[in-house]
Every structure is written in structure tokens, then in C-alpha cells.
Write a protein that binds this ligand. Structure first.
Ligand code: AMP
Ligand code: MG
Length: 413
């Protein structure tokens, strides 16, 4: 049995660094083939390569007339309309001096033409067109191969497939792709007072919402949640369930990591030979968060775990800040920064210094003038406040006052 070596309570940035360094060492699961739409949200286990030039031909980007730029150097200029080309076909002849070819967006530029004038700048009379604007060479044409070349990597291994990436894969003919297998994430809520959400709670009991929020966060982040039965605050029972949890690729515990007499998670993990990377972070909510790894019985390689504080907002925030990164690495994703934006604070915030704070907030306002307002909340147990929020205002640890009107950092979720 190895020793419990807590590296203690660390500042937020240090906790992020520790998690980041751990993530670099993670090997994702095996690849599996899935159909393209099934791959949405999954992580590529292979690069996606262009099968042809993009565009494959000099592509016209406007409806109008293909012509020779030098023929419209002085305007208005009258040209003879020699033909028409729609997208999907080409003009069989060559555009010669004094000629134009009526052309549609997405068509290939005819030989001889070197520019396209938008239809809006022309007037048509039978087989003649009067062009009112001059054109520069190449105007409204994307040359073949300008966006990418055949054989070029369009998406790298480790990219997460959003809708734009799905579109790229479709554009190069990949209707099935190799993605990494979804990591299995065991979720273990602890606490004598916690009862299953389907049960009717006694007067002092609390329904288990954390297993649900965590499972939802795991699914959204590309993992496969495995919700374990609720662990009582009892060492042998907790030990057994932790061992079960360690058969997954990652274990998330909720509750039992604070300073209370019945907060047994760290103790039981330590007695199971866990290695701790930090046993708290200088954040609020979520200060007691624990990160480490433990070797499951049977000697498989160590499994990362997080002991997340049981207060519902703490559980959610600490998942977002730390566990999500490890899960992303298990999914095979290239590490990414936390998604933050700046927004103007509508109401001042007063806090105490010492902790990096993540305050449930509402981000709204115009496209170019985002505003953010902290939702009123009764502390990190206030689950209902979290449901009203769509982000967190980040308050640095040295800050006592953020005045209204200040541009503040906002963590999206
Ligand atoms: P703990 O971290 O175990 O000290 O729990 C902190 C607070 O979170 C207590 O008020 C618990 O009742 C509550 N809590 C713990 N686990 C859960 C859970 N799974 N679902 C909802 N609330 C919880
Ligand atoms: Mg508890």
C-alpha cells in the first residue's frame, strides 16, 4: 500500500497546471469506426485528409457574368453574352475579347475569363450585357486548390467533431470516421443523508441530484457515465464502492471531502493506496476538491479520480474546472483552454480576497456589448441558483471589489 502524500491546498492556477500535466500523460482508449453523424461530439482518432483540391475548380462566388477584366477597364462596357453556365457544369468554349458568359454561384469559371461581375452591376438586353463596374482580375473567383490541396490534412487527430468538422468530413467523402472509444466514468455520490431521486426523502434527507448533474456533464463532455449506488458515510461500504468505481476509466466522487467528522472519502482513498495530486484548491465554490489516481485491485494501470465537494454548485463547478479536462484527455482530445469571454458587469461584486471565485451568473446583452450579472444565491448549496445561471463570473483572488461597468472574465459552461 502506498502512502497518502497530499500536496495540499493549491492556488487555482497551480491546480489547473497539475491537471494539465496529468492530461498530457493520458492515453486515450482504442479507436472505433462510427458513422459521421454518430461522431458528433466525439474525438477523431485519425486525421481527415482532403481527397481533392478545394475548390476542385476555379469556383465562382457570385451570380453574374464571367468576362475578361481588361474588357471592362472602362465602363459602361457592352459585351456579347456567349452562353450560360450553372453550378455543376462548365462552358464548353473559351471566352474571347468582347464576350461574357452568364454564370451562377458555384459554377466553374470558363476558360478565357478571369473575373466575374455581379449581376447587380449589369443590365441585360437580349444577347448583350452592359457592365457598369470595372473588375479586377480574379474578382469573385476562388482559384482551384486555394482553400486546401488534395492530400492536405483538414482535421487533425484529437479534434472534437462539431458541426463544422462534420461538414468538412462530409465534404471530403468521409461518411464514417475513426473516433476514440468513449471513456467510462464512474459516478459515486456519498452521504448518509442522500437518497435516490426516485425515492421519497425523509424530513432530513436530500435527493441525489449530483449523480444526475455529473452524469449529464459527463455525457455532454463525451463520456459514458456509470452511476453507482449511493455510498453511505461508512468506511467498508465506501471502500467497496470505490473499488467498483475504479474499474471505470475515471472515478468521480461527490461529497465527503470536507473537514466534517463523516467526510471519509480521502481517508478511504488513501487506505486504498491512492496518490493525491492536490487535496484542495483555493477556489470558491469547491475548495475541498481532491484530485489523484488510484490503482484498482487486480493491478491495472492507475485510474484518475476527483473527490468533488457535495454542495451541488461546487460539484458542477469543480467538474467544469478540472474533471472535464481529464475526461477530454481520456476522450483523446487535444488539450484546450477553459472557455472564457469578457463581459461588462451590470452590478458591483464585493468579496473577500484569497480565493478565485466562480459566481453563477447570467450572460446576456447585445452581440458586441455582452453584459453579465451575478444571480442571487445562497451559497454553493443553492442548486436552484445554478439553474438560473448560464456562466460564472471569475473573481481573481486579490480582488475585493468589482465595480459595475467593469469588464470581467466570464467562464462559459
Ligand atoms: P458534503 O460535501 O458531503 O459535506 O456535502 C455538502 C452538502 O452537499 C450537504 O448539504 C449535502 O447534503 C449536499 N450533498 C452532498 N451530496 C449530494 C448529492 N449527491 N446530491 C445533492 N446534494 C448533495
Ligand atoms: Mg457528506
Amino acid at each position: 500500500m502506498s502512502i497518502h502524500t497530499p500536496s495540499g491546498v493549491v492556488p487555482f492556477e497551480r491546480a489547473c497546471e497539475i491537471v494539465g500535466q496529468y492530461c498530457i500523460r493520458i492515453a486515450p482508449g482504442p479507436p472505433e469506426p462510427v458513422s459521421l453523424l454518430q461522431a458528433l461530439g466525439r474525438v477523431l482518432a485519425e486525421p481527415i485528409v482532403a481527397d481533392r483540391d478545394f475548390p476542385p475548380f476555379p469556383r465562382v462566388t457570385r451570380d453574374g457574368f464571367a468576362l475578361r477584366a481588361e474588357d471592362v477597364r472602362t465602363v459602361p462596357a457592352t459585351l456579347r453574352v456567349a452562353g450560360i453556365v450553372k453550378a455543376g457544369s462548365t462552358y464548353s468554349g473559351t471566352v474571347v475579347r468582347g464576350e461574357a458568359v452568364e454564370i451562377m454561384t458555384g459554377a466553374s469559371v470558363p476558360d478565357g475569363a478571369d473575373a466575374v461581375v455581379m449581376v447587380e452591376y449589369t443590365s441585360r438586353d437580349a444577347d448583350q450585357v452592359v457592365v457598369q463596374r470595372t473588375c479586377t482580375k480574379g474578382e469573385n473567383i476562388v482559384p482551384a486548390g486555394r482553400e486546401s490541396r488534395a492530400g492536405q490534412e483538414m482535421l487533425s487527430r484529437g479534434s472534437r467533431l462539431g458541426f463544422a468538422q462534420v461538414a468538412v468530413a462530409a465534404a471530403v467523402g468521409r461518411t464514417a470516421v475513426q473516433v476514440y472509444k468513449k471513456p467510462r466514468v464512474a459516478i459515486l455520490s456519498t452521504g448518509d443523508e442522500i437518497v435516490d431521486a426516485a425515492q421519497s426523502p425523509g424530513p432530513f434527507q436530500i435527493r441525489n441530484s449530483n449523480s444526475y448533474s455529473l452524469a449529464a456533464q459527463v455525457i455532454a463532455a463525451g463520456g459514458e457515465p456509470e452511476v453507482l449506488p449511493i455510498a453511505p458515510d461508512d468506511e467498508p461500504a465506501l471502500h467497496g464502492l470505490i473499488q467498483r468505481g475504479l474499474t471505470a476509466d475515471m472515478l468521480l466522487l461527490s461529497g465527503g471531502v470536507s473537514m466534517g467528522k463523516f467526510d471519509l472519502v480521502e481517508k478511504v482513498l488513501a487506505s486504498s493506496g491512492a496518490e493525491f495530486f492536490f487535496t484542495g484548491a483555493q477556489i470558491q465554490p469547491g475548495r475541498p476538491v481532491v484530485f489523484g489516481q488510484a490503482t484498482p485491485s487486480g493491478g491495472r494501470s492507475p485510474v484518475p479520480f476527483f473527490g468533488l465537494p457535495g454542495n451541488p454548485i461546487s460539484t458542477m463547478v469543480t467538474f467544469d474546472l478540472f474533471a472535464r479536462q481529464v475526461l477530454a484527455a481520456l476522450c483523446g482530445a487535444t488539450p484546450a483552454r477553459l472557455p472564457t469571454v469578457k463581459a461588462r458587469l451590470t452590478r458591483e461584486i464585493k468579496t473577500k480576497t484569497g480565493l478565485t471565485r466562480f459566481l453563477p451568473s447570467i450572460l446576456q446583452g447585445g452581440l458586441l456589448d455582452a453584459e453579465v450579472e451575478v444571480v442571487p444565491w445562497q451559497g454553493s448549496g443553492d442548486l436552484m441558483a445554478s439553474a438560473r445561471a448560464n456562466c460564472y463570473v471569475v473573481v481573481p483572488p486579490d480582488c475585493e471589489l468589482l465595480p459595475a461597468g467593469e469588464l470581467v472574465s466570464v467562464l462559459l459552461r
